[in-house]
Write a protein that binds this ligand. Structure first.
Ligand code: NAD
Ligand code: MG
Length: 389
């Protein structure tokens, strides 16, 4: 039986890797989902294409400099478009969606996520930085069950947790492909280029998360994301290297039974699950034929080479505003690496330097979080300037 009314969907960050795949899922299930609002950072042409695809009139662009872009002429007739970070937040607050999918990259997603939560809409959350930087604020703003994870590992954990009660959970096994530089020494990691790092073995993703996946900061961010989403201490989240990326994560219960979620590496799976939950909707492609799969292997992460992961675990243990400063420093260092200004191993050096000068406190307000974020960005820029010289 089909629902009488389609769910109204707002996609924030509609032009990115996750955003475009979310568009595909919305098109695939057009009888269940109605796209009503879209936002992007600065990609006017991409936003215009998405708006025409679903005939959407409520739009926002985070980059205020796009207000005079000639590509705005390609928007559907009668479209209203706001400009600037506040316009994205306002769109989330006023678009009257049943589901807001947050696929913005970086800490820029914090305010729009809080705005979406305040409306009572389901938040399908792909963005992880908002939980790393402002996990307590985001979780305090959310009703139980209001956030459905989209990050593939967290979607897997969310699905596995349906096998037992929260009190029966012993440990989360967070799987990780190991990235393109698995097995590298620290010396060799120092020589890799942004182009090499952008060629991820399994997933096609946006540039920032592709670099985070290559230096394993992504897994560190995901550990912190898991602690907030599932209310577990960092000591109960273990990172497991699994290069085939077929097991998307596992949950171990107190009797030792370990439940895994497997599937093809395709982000449309977790996106579809978050939009359809608690139902499972049909997908165009089926599961792999497991008889044709090679061996599945596991290993421990190499914290000597991939120091970002260790720093993120430390930030998670200390808590307070330290993960926020760490995330901001990483956003700046990650961009500097992509611009060819610093080597990959300098990313963790910058993050560590910023963590050292940060005095962690309890994050009590959005203003305070944004202030810590801004100061950490300044400190990271200074540290990068010293390395560049
Ligand atoms: P992306 O760079 O491909 O897309 C980012 C989107 O956000 C674009 O639409 C862009 O226009 C918009 N944007 C950029 N800066 C903005 C700003 N300041 N304000 C508002 N909007 C802005 O990134 P992505 O790979 O799609 O990742 C998005 C988020 O999802 C990240 O937090 C990432 O960690 C998470 N995620 C991505 C994947 C993946 O496979 N790509 C998987 C799991 C989680
Ligand atoms: Mg992930």
């Amino acid at each position: 039986m089909r629902p009488e009314r389609r769910s109204r969907v707002c996609i924030l960050g509609a032009t990115g890797s996750i955003g475009r795949q979310a568009q595909d899922v919305c098109a695939e299930h057009a009888d269940r989902l109605e796209v009503v609002a879209l936002s992007a950072g600065s990609d006017v042409a991409g936003l215009a294409r998405a708006a025409r695809r679903f005939d959407v009139r409520r739009l926002a662009l985070a980059d205020p400099a796009r207000a005079h872009d000639p590509a705005l002429a390609e928007l559907p007739e009668g479209a209203s478009v706001g400009f600037g970070a506040e316009a994205v937040e306002e769109l989330a607050a006023t678009c009257d969606a049943d589901i807001v999918l947050v696929a913005i990259v970086g800490a820029a997603a914090i305010a729009p996520t809080l705005a979406a939560l305040a409306t009572g809409a389901r938040v399908a959350l792909a963005n992880k930085e908002c939980l790393v930087s402002a996990g307590n604020l985001v979780m305090d703003a959310a009703e139980p069950g209001q956030i459905i994870p989209v990050d593939s590992e967290h979607s897997a954990i969310f699905q596995c947790l349906r096998s037992g009660a929260p009190s029966e959970l012993a440990r989360i096994w967070l799987t990780c492909s190991g990235g393109p530089f698995r097995g590298y020494s620290r010396e060799r990691l120092a020589t890799v280029t942004a182009d090499e790092a952008l060629a991820h073995p399994t997933w096609t993703m946006g540039p920032k998360i592709t670099i985070d996946s290559a230096d394993l900061m992504n897994k560190g961010l995901e550990v912190i994301e898991a602690t907030w989403l599932f209310g577990v201490d960092v000591s109960r989240v273990s990172v497991l290297i699994h290069p085939q990326s077929l097991i998307h994560s596992m949950v171990e219960f107190r009797d030792g039974a370990t439940i895994a979620q497997l599937g093809a590496p395709d982000m449309r799976g977790p996106i579809r699950y978050a939009l359809g939950y608690p139902e499972r909707w049909e997908a165009a492609s089926s599961a792999p034929d497991w008889r044709e799969m090679g061996p599945i292997t596991f290993d421990a992460p190499d914290l000597e080479t991939f120091r970002c992961l260790g720093l993120a675990l430390e930030a998670a243990r200390v808590g307070g505003t330290l993960p926020c400063a760490m995330n901001a420093a990483n956003e700046v260092a990650n961009a500097a690496f992509r611009e060819g200004r610093i080597p990959m191993t300098a990313i963790d050096e910058v993050v560590e330097a910023v963590m050292e000068v940060t005095t962690p406190t309890t994050a009590e307000s959005l203003e305070q979080v944004l202030e810590v974020d801004a100061r950490a960005r300044e400190a990271a820029s200074l540290a990068i300037g010293m390395i560049e010289l």
